[in-house]
Ligand binder design. Structure first.
Ligand code: ARG
Length: 452
């Protein structure tokens, strides 16, 4: 194994093995640059046409995988330039006039980040709509809500699922926000000081679909904050997916028995025939660590760099691609898996009705009868303790048990149910069925309006 490692400096320096993924963006940038050079009268019309035709042929070679990538040419920029000269002759050597690989790579990666964000937004939207569909189907399902992973209070399944929609919508917001800062064109900055040719940068930005041009050439070639922002938005998105995955994993255990994951998203064990393992959810949870690592890696590489370009910046690409691939694949898995979840209503309802989930409700009942809440809390604590000592749950208690604990209890205390408890949480953001129905409709409207 060890002798397969690259130990020669040229290979160590080469970024081609990973930056070949930027080939299309590089060609797009070069075509626009050629046009900008022609507009600035640096190239004649003939030269412009010949270079663009050459670049188009290169693009046509990329698709069927016919482009002759050569590792000895170090990176994607040199590979394309050399191929251009091979195809159209020495005039191809004019393409790089007034440009540097420094503004070129910054432009390529910005174009790439913009594309990846668009793809991530599309998938986030599909994932949210899948959650909303499940929330709607499960609108009458009540389960135990948890704090500290201890059964806490009854809650609607729809309410629980919409919490993840909220997270995902904020994730989408962060990605969109990242997009506004990534959408700035570095081309024309050259190596670090700005190009010496009279390039109309606004027209160039327009051709490339950038919203603005960079204001400082040194910053434009030296910073990678648009990648770091993407990585942190990706890491947080993955972290949110991971939390849902964790619940799917817990909930599909025999201990919970709240959900069954569709067979395409689970697998059997090679030894234990009874198993249905939620592997896809486990993998998304596991891959979250990678994406957090990608973010930390680039932050660390950039942290002590003097201006302007340094070769350390070549280390931006692998974390970027890794995070992008992982995020997009994970979102696709989630959007596919969520519709396959079969929630086990009876198990959920039983969990909500067991134990002492209505204890808060009882304290609220006393408070409504004028008992100060703190005192009510104490009375219900005592009631719970006595019940526990007698091996009972709240639902086993009779009116007598209540009135012994407080004279404020009357027979309507027996009307308290998980349904009535849920219905009382009738505030904006609460779990009452009418609120959740409204929240589902509002979320659907937002996401469908956003839908690409
Ligand atoms: N492969 C390089 C990178 O990814 C391209 C820019 C190289 N620029 C330079 N002056 N060596 O950053």
């Amino acid at each position: 194994m060890a002798d397969e490692l690259n130990t020669n400096p040229a290979d160590f320096l080469a970024s081609l093995p990973f930056d070949k993924r930027l080939a299309y963006h590089d060609v797009t940038g070069s075509i626009a640059w050629t046009q900008a050079l022609a507009r600035a009268d640096v190239l004649t019309g003939d030269e412009e046409q010949s270079i663009i035709a050459g670049l188009e042929s290169i693009r046509a070679e990329l698709d069927p995988g016919q482009f002759p990538f050569r590792l000895e040419l170090e990176d994607i920029h040199f590979n394309i330039e050399r191929r251009l000269i091979e195809l159209i002759g020495p005039v191809g050597g004019k393409l790089h006039t007034g440009r540097s690989r420094n503004d070129q790579i910054a432009t390529d990666t910005r174009l790439y980040v913009k594309d990846v964000i668009a793809a991530a937004l599309q998938r986030l939207n599909a994932y949210c709509l899948a959650l909303i569909d499940q929330a709607e189907q499960g609108i009458d399902v009540i389960l135990s809500g948890y704090t500290h992973l201890q059964r806490a209070q009854p809650v609607l399944l729809g309410h629980h699922l919409l919490a993840y929609v909220e997270m995902a919508e904020r994730d989408a917001g962060r990605l969109r926000d990242t997009l506004t800062r990534a959408d700035v064109m570095p081309l024309g900055s050259a190596a670090l000081t700005g190009t010496a040719y009279p390039i109309d940068r606004d027209a160039l930005a327009n051709d490339l679909g950038f919203a603005a041009v960079s204001r400082n050439s040194m910053d434009a070639v030296a910073d990678r904050d648009y990648i770091i922002e993407f990585l942190s938005a990706a890491a947080l998105t993955m972290t949110h997916l991971s939390r849902l995955c964790e619940e799917i994993i817990l909930w599909s255990s025999d201990e919970f028995g709240f959900v069954r994951v569709g067979s395409d998203y689970a697998s059997g064990s090679s030894i234990m025939p009874q198993k249905r393992n939620p592997d896809i959810a486990e993998l998304v949870r596991g891959k979250t660590g990678r994406v957090v690592g990608d973010m930390v890696a680039l932050l660390t590489s950039v942290k002590a760099l003097p201006l302007a370009y340094n070769r350390d910046l070549q280390e931006d690409k692998e974390p970027l691609f890794d995070a992008a691939d992982t995020l997009l694949a994970s979102l696709e898995m989630m959007a596919g898996m969520v519709p396959t979840l079969e929630f086990q209503r009876e198990r959920m309802q039983a969990a909500a009705e067991s134990g002492f989930l209505l204890a808060t409700e009882l304290a609220d009942y006393l408070a409504a009868k004028g008992v100060p809440f703190r005192e009510a809390h104490g009375i219900v604590s005592g009631l719970v303790e006595t019940a526990l000592a007698d091996g009972k749950e709240l639902r086993d208690l009779k009116l007598d048990d209540y009135t012994r604990a407080s004279s404020h209890f009357e027979d309507d205390v027996l009307d308290i149910t998980v349904e009535s408890a849920v219905a009382k949480r009738n505030v904006v953001g609460g779990t009452a069925p009418n609120r959740v129905r409204e929240a589902i409709a509002a979320a659907r409207a937002r996401l469908e309006a956003d839908s690409p």
